[in-house]
Unconditional design. Structure first.
Length: 75
């Protein structure tokens, strides 16, 4: 995070930017894998349609929100 803030104010060397990007991508991938490993499919299936609807609703809201922000900010 510190490198990201510094990069906003100062031009940093490309090797530092690339290294920080690699490390942040690795941490994000590791975190997502850990979340996936903790998922208990038996509990997931036991909850049934209500849980499935909740999960799909959350995903839909996040997707619509992201697309709206991208459109509003013209990214």
């Amino acid at each position: 995070m510190t490198i990201c803030i510094l990069n906003s104010f100062l031009p940093l060397p490309s090797w530092l930017n690339e290294g920080a990007h690699f490390i942040s991508t690795w941490f994000e991938t590791t975190a997502l894998a850990a979340i996936g490993l903790r998922l208990d499919f038996r509990k997931f299936l036991k909850e049934g349609p209500r849980f499935l609807f909740y999960g799909l609703s959350v995903g839909a809201v996040q997707t619509v929100g992201a697309v709206a922000l991208i459109w509003l900010l013209r990214l």
